[in-house]
Design a protein around this ligand. Structure first.
Ligand SMILES: C[S@@+](CC[C@H](N)C(=O)[O-])C[C@H]1O[C@@H](n2cnc3c(N)ncnc32)[C@H](O)[C@@H]1O
Length: 242
């Protein structure tokens, strides 16, 4: 993580560009989440858990504007974490950012009382529903009661026309950005439709089964939706039904 020379500019640039084509409201999304966290967190200082911190967008948006916040970022991709580490160094935030290569279960036991947490554009990369639930539960277990959590994920019912219509909109973003029809068709068939979509009711059910309360959808762009919620008071007695 300390090897700055292995930072891959090309990959970082591709990520920066593609995220904003796929989600034209990408930058606004992080601004909205910051507003929500600032409204919900009491006091200036806060510890924020960022699941899927690779890319560094959470750190670079929320870090400079909130100098009292400390961040723990976890990501399974060493390459993506290099981007996050690079941004952290550029912003002179290394003293308040802890980046961990691995899953949430690799967090030290002591890290169990975060004031806020996010899991942005990660859940749809996990195919298994039980594993999605376990991730959300693990996040919940590490949060203070009442702390705000934001989940952003692809969602939709593959059998329904609503997802097909939103896919049509998503295709239009890429066509507008100059990609050819054949390239976009290939992206649909071999890329985006290979990720794991769940109907929004099922995503909300997973949040509920993980112990979160006050679950409210606050964001939609193209294929992606976002939910705000709060950690409930006790994650220990939760029933598992998915
Ligand atoms: C599309 S990127 C999103 C990065 C950042 N949250 C953003 O919105 O720009 C998804 C990231 O999630 C990471 N990821 C996927 N599954 C994960 C898991 N189970 N735990 C932690 N990170 C994961 C990937 O390695 C990747 O860096």
């Amino acid at each position: 993580m300390k090897d700055k020379s292995s930072y891959n500019t090309e990959m970082a640039q591709a990520y920066e560009t593609n995220a904003r084509i796929s989600i034209p409201t990408y930058d606004a999304l992080f601004g909205m989440v910051q507003s929500y966290f600032r409204a919900e967190i009491s006091g200036e200082a806060a510890s924020v858990l960022v699941v899927g911190a690779g890319g560094g967008q959470e750190l670079s948006t929320w870090g400079p504007a909130n100098p009292e916040w400390r961040f723990t970022g976890v990501d399974i991709s060493a390459e993506m974490l290099k981007i996050a580490q690079h941004k952290t160094n550029q912003l002179d935030m290394a003293n308040r950012v802890n980046l961990i290569h691995g899953t949430i279960t690799d967090l030290p036991e002591a890290d169990a009382a975060f004031d806020a947490a996010s899991c942005i554009l990660v859940l749809h990369f996990i195919d298994n529903v039980q594993e999605k639930l376990e991730l959300l539960r693990s996040i919940h277990e590490r949060m203070k009661p009442g702390a705000p959590f934001v989940l952003v994920s692809a969602y939709g019912d593959r059998e329904g026309t609503e997802l097909k219509d939103r896919l049509h909109v998503w295709r239009s973003f890429w066509l507008e950005a100059g990609r050819s029809t054949s390239i976009v068709n290939e992206m649909v068939n071999t890329g985006i439709m290979k990720i794991s979509f769940l109907p929004e009711k099922q995503i909300e059910g997973l949040l509920q089964d993980s112990g979160f309360t006050h679950i409210t959808k606050f964001f939609v762009t193209g294929l992606f939706g976002g939910w705000i919620c709060q950690a409930g008071s006790n994650g220990a007695d939760i029933e598992c039904e998915v």
